[in-house]
Design a protein around this ligand. Structure first.
Ligand code: SME
Length: 160
């Protein structure tokens, strides 16, 4: 049994340190990318309780396709350049969006979502997937979240 859980009294830095360690332990030595993404999506859902959607989109034949996630059913295919995930895939840059309603082309999968963090996962400079986090709170994510999820993305690059 895996028994990872965040320290309720820890700082955000502690949270992301523990999350990275748990994700690394869970995916270490496992070659199946879907299994690894599924476990990390579940960890994110548990470690980041103010999120209503935590998961992955994978780059498949030039478009983003829904991967393992925790949350409500979501749109399956997202063209590169469209919405927050598509912007991350197109630019290769993290997208930190305080208010999704103000983001041109935002794709509403869950009407409750108000802020979003999307971090690309790259192999040899190419975006192979994105990690997508949604929160029902306005401006929920900050630079510490961005740094924490970027570290997670770097660790996962050759495990998904
Ligand atoms: N809101 C995203 C779409 C994916 S869902 O949030 C799960 C976007 O605009 O790319």
């Amino acid at each position: 049994m895996f028994d990872f859980s965040p320290d309720p009294n820890g700082s955000k830095a502690d949270l992301y340190r523990d999350l990275l360690a748990a994700a690394s332990a869970l995916t270490d030595g496992e070659r199946d990318g879907v299994a690894n993404m599924a476990n990390v999506a579940a960890l994110l859902g548990e470690f980041l309780p103010s999120c209503n959607w935590t998961g992955f989109y994978r780059m498949v034949n030039g478009e983003l396709v829904l991967g393992p996630f925790v949350g409500r059913p979501a749109c399956i295919r997202i063209p590169v350049g469209v919405g927050v995930c598509g912007a991350a895939a197109e630019t290769g840059q993290t997208q930190l969006v305080d208010d999704v309603h103000a983001f041109p082309g935002h794709i509403a999968c869950d009407a409750q979502s108000r802020s979003e963090l999307v971090v690309p996962i790259k192999q040899a400079g190419q975006v192979i997937a994105v990690i997508d986090l949604d929160s029902p709170d306005l401006a929920f994510f900050d630079e510490e979240d961005r740094d924490g999820i970027e570290a997670l993305a770097a660790m996962l690059a050759d495990r998904i």
